[in-house]
Design a binder for this molecule. Structure first.
Ligand code: SF4
Ligand code: FES
Length: 237
């Protein structure tokens, strides 16, 4: 058990006069408590107005992504005592419009995702007697791609996104490559063409913040490099 001070960014759209401010809460934090457990305690015992998003509390839904002591991560997977400090600063994910307190708008995440057509596209009719099959080796190519939970931590950490709000974003590029790399998808150009522009792949400057920020240890920068190769191959081939 340790006493921790939480410094939490607050914002209420109904109180524009006050604007954004930091509010402090003190909490006795038992061993095993995640930051999400702490936020729940603050909300349920100290201040019911504190607003944050959460759902699965198991690192699956991506809802509780936020910035803790300057690092993007999932609150439900971050042990509070493991941060090893008596003060924890909590902010909403950077770069996205703040809706209230720690809740950000998901519009930029959805807009980027929709741009890459995040679904399997085919030209040939499906087999009549079975699903479209893959070999184990073909399926293995999707490891490191399908696990994305769309938490938005990667795009929030990206300076290219901070500078260009139309930037599609690493979360969407990783998703695009998940389908381009899928042997059952017969329309890679449909995923690639919309991101072959200045708000797309070519805005990435290989800064690697997205790799650092991903709570699932995925590598959007590698996916971006593979997509660029596909585009160059298509243009030269
Ligand atoms: S790639 Fe990682 S950080 Fe980005 S949205 Fe997916 S899970 Fe979150
Ligand atoms: S609450 Fe679902 S990932 Fe944290």
């Amino acid at each position: 058990m340790a006493m921790i001070t939480f410094k939490i960014n607050r914002y209420n759209p109904d109180d524009e006069k006050r604007g954004h401010f930091v509010q402090e809460y003190q909490l006795d934090v038992p061993k095993g408590y995640t930051v999400l457990d702490c936020l729940n305690d603050i909300k349920w015992k100290l201040d019911g107005t504190l607003t944050f998003r959460r759902s699965c509390r198991s690192g699956i839904c991506g809802s509780c992504a936020m910035t803790m002591n300057g690092v993007n991560n999932l609150a439900c997977e971050t042990q509070a005592l493991a941060l090893n400090c008596d003060t924890i600063a909590i902010e909403p994910l950077r770069g996205y419009p703040v809706v209230k307190d720690l809740v950000v708008s998901l519009d930029p995440i959805v807009r980027g995702l929709m741009a890459v057509k995040p679904y399997l596209m085919t030209k040939t009719p499906p087999p009549t007697d079975q699903e479209r099959l893959q070999s184990p080796e073909e399926r293995e190519k999707l490891d490191g791609l399908y696990e994305c939970i769309l938490c938005g931590s990667c795009t929030s950490s990206c300076p290219s996104f901070w500078a260009d709000k139309e930037y599609v974003g690493p979360h969407a590029f990783l998703k695009a490559y998940r389908f381009v790399a899928d042997t059952r998808d017969e329309c890679p150009g449909e995923h690639l063409e919309p991101i072959d522009d200045k708000h797309g792949l070519w805005r990435c400057h290989t800064i690697f913040n997205c790799v650092e920020a991903c709570p699932k240890d995925l590598n959007p920068t590698k996916a971006i490099a593979e997509l660029k190769k596909e585009l160059v191959r298509g243009k030269l081939g």
